[in-house]
Design a protein around this ligand. Structure first.
Ligand code: SAM
Length: 289
């Protein structure tokens, strides 16, 4: 955890979070409850090749990133303090943005499944799939959903190339994923989401508020997030538009988050594009001739 000591998080927050806020005994108990040697191979998809950025980056100062049990065990206890003013209220913003009644729901980069389970609870009859690259995070997700008697399909896959069927989901949710990947990968994930949604299907994203993060550099420095500055410099609305989504809209959400929604099949009207472009294309050769 070499990098941890360099950052604001490593110097000031990590000791508080790890020694005071996290209950080490309950983490140990959870660890002992899990048969990692069985679950990791079972939840590992042999076809998955980890992207370079994912394998090499240390997220939140944990050297193996999400590919270790320490990251998975500590994710929920830390996240409850990382989403001000309240984790459930922040996550609820994504659910409140849903306009349809989805029957098939996909959560991309589902992590330990907290959001996935909220979606299942809100749409009890829906078939829900959670996709993540970390079998460790999926292990915790599976444990949580089994404890709540929820049927959710947990799958290890890359969000940018899931291998799932085209045009097969009514809703795709993406929570807290894009600030943790290079924008070039975000573009691929958005294209994949577009492919997977049915026409009229909704994509809803909950993540850090790009405007607020740009204006408050301390927020991008505080956590050990290797791609958060690149994320903050970008524009989710523009990224969704470029991937083909229409009716794109972002809303500021609580203190430092935003909720962004787009729909497949409704193309955004580019104000610079002539309404008569198709007619002009026919007329032009005549004029030229
Ligand atoms: C900050 S966590 C968010 C987890 C969850 N969505 C939530 O709201 O708590 C980011 C998750 O994205 C996963 N992830 C990162 N890159 C991914 C990729 N290319 N494909 C699938 N999952 C990815 C990580 O393994 C991690 O579980």
């Amino acid at each position: 955890m070499g990098a941890r000591n360099e950052s604001l998080y490593g110097r000031f927050l990590a000791p508080v979070v790890e020694n005071i806020l996290i209950n080490r005994d309950s983490l140990r108990q959870l660890d002992q409850q899990i048969d990692w040697e069985t679950t990791i191979p079972r939840l590992t998809n042999p076809q998955v090749v980890y992207p370079h950025y994912y394998e090499r980056s240390s997220f939140h100062g944990i050297e193996k990133g999400y590919l270790c049990k320490e990251a998975a065990l500590s994710y929920d206890p830390i996240t409850q303090y990382a989403l001000p003013p309240n984790e459930t209220w922040v996550r609820q913003g994504l659910l409140d943005a849903i306009q349809g009644f989805p029957e098939r729901i996909l959560d991309l980069g589902c992590g330990t499944g907290t959001l996935t389970m909220m979606l299942k609870k809100a749409f009890l009859g829906a078939e829900v799939v959670g996709v993540d690259l970390s079998p460790y995070m999926l292990t915790i997700a599976e444990l949580k959903s089994e404890a709540e008697h929820q049927t959710i399909h947990w799958r290890q896959a890359r969000a940018e190339a899931t291998g799932l069927q085209s045009d097969s989901f009514d809703l795709i949710a993406i929570g807290l994923l894009f600030h943790e990947m290079p924008p070039a990968v975000t573009e691929l994930v958005l294209k994949e989401a577009y492919r997977l949604l049915r026409v009229g299907g909704e994509l809803i994203i909950l993540d850090g508020n790009q405007k607020v993060l740009r204006q408050t550099p301390v927020l991008t420095d505080i956590f050990e997030e290797p791609f958060i500055r690149d994320y903050a410099a970008g524009n989710l609305d523009a990224w969704l538009g470029a991937a083909g989504f229409g009716a794109v809209q972002s809303q500021d959400h609580w203190l430092v988050h935003q909720v962004t929604r787009g729909v497949k099949g409704i193309r955004a009207q580019n104000p610079e594009e002539s309404l008569f472009a198709d007619v002009e294309a026919i007329v032009e050769p005549w004029v030229m001739g």
